[in-house]
Ligand binder design. Structure first.
Ligand SMILES: [Cu+2]
Length: 333
């Protein structure tokens, strides 16, 4: 994982809003499966940005900005070099255009970043959570993919004055000897060791159902001492982040813990829960020491799996200064 180095920049962004729900759940269906197999080939790729299904029109779009929440946005993707090779750095870039074709240059920070980018291999064996930098209206970041094959990106941005935008983009890494995709297997062990954490995933209901509410509880113990963890660090403004992707990579959910109690009332959780911003917002980057809430041992994510099938779940936590990514495969009936 490469995001360990982000830790130094972690802070807590406080906001004078009045939300009492702490999870954003975003999910979208990719209607253009054809894009999945298209190689990047050097050309710019445009993929429509589906509105997340849970997005409600932002109540404060009168603030103005680059776009309204109802605008249709387009993402332009670029890869340099255009032919991505395993083991060789590639610069991945994306820019957003509004419905009139204008480049969007102003974005809101959500979870302390202007954008979040999830990168997976099409068999979900590879996972990365990246934070590209914005420059001249374009987000970009360099990374190196370990092996050839098909990959998928999920970019998440919130244009200022608009609503959260999510865009999937598939691309191929060229090279011989692409490893054959590893089929997903439901984890038989519900407890696994990841870095310094022993992580148990508990699903409620135990038999997950498509279309029904579910709670995923990550129970965290110190892998060395076996003691329950109660001192998680905040990672990008939350005690945990959870990304869920379906086996066919068409469904993507990103959620945050829901249990953090009253102490969390001021936390910024944007996306579909857009709240007012501007003069009321204030940054308090060093407040996490004072914040209560639950830094373990249970970190609970509420979500709704859109349909039956296999899903891979990645829970991300910061423990003793290191990002730990704990992944499990579950079956949804
Ligand atoms: Cu992120």
């Amino acid at each position: 994982m490469r995001n360990t180095s982000d830790l130094e920049r972690i802070g807590v962004k406080m906001k004078n809003n009045h939300k009492n729900t702490f999870s954003i759940i975003v999910f979208f269906l990719i209607l253009t499966a054809s894009a999945m197999l298209s190689a990047c080939g050097g050309a710019k790729h445009e993929s429509p940005a589906p509105q997340p299904s849970s997005a409600t029109p932002a109540g404060h779009s009168e603030h103005g900005g680059a776009a309204t929440s109802n605008a249709a946005y387009q993402f332009d993707w670029r890869f340099l070099p255009s032919e991505v090779k395993p083991g060789e750095p590639v610069r991945i870039s994306y820019a957003l255009k509004d419905s009139s074709g204008r480049a969007v240059t102003q974005f809101d920070e959500v979870h302390e970043k202007l954008t979040h980018l999830i990168l997976v291999s099409s068999d979900l064996a590879y996972f990365d959570h990246l934070h590209p930098e914005l420059k001249d209206g374009e987000f970009s970041i360099s990374t190196t993919l370990p092996s050839s094959g098909n990959y998928k990106l999920y970019a998440d941005v919130t244009p200022t004055g608009g609503s959260q935008q999510l865009a999937p983009h598939a691309f191929r890494v060229f090279g011989d000897a692409a490893p054959s995709p590893a089929p997903l297997r439901v984890d038989e062990q519900s407890t696994k060791i990841f870095g310094d954490l022993s992580v148990t995933l508990k699903a409620s209901p135990q038999s997950l159902q498509g279309g029904k509410d579910a709670a995923l509880t990550f129970v965290l113990k110190d892998a060395g001492t076996g003691k329950p963890v109660t001192d998680l660090d905040r990672y990008l403004g939350a005690f945990g982040h959870c990304v869920i992707i379906s086996e066919d990579t068409e469904q993507f959910l990103h959620t945050h813990p829901t249990q953090e109690g009253e102490e969390m009332k001021g936390m910024e959780m944007k996306g579909d829960q857009k709240e007012e911003h501007g003069e009321h917002s204030k940054k308090a980057p060093h407040q996490h020491a004072e914040m209560k809430g639950t830094g373990g041992p249970d970190v609970i994510f509420h979500t709704t799996f859109p349909a039956s099938g296999l899903y891979r779940i990645w829970g991300q936590f910061s423990y003793h200064g290191k990002i730990v990514t704990a992944d499990f495969v579950v079956r949804v009936q």
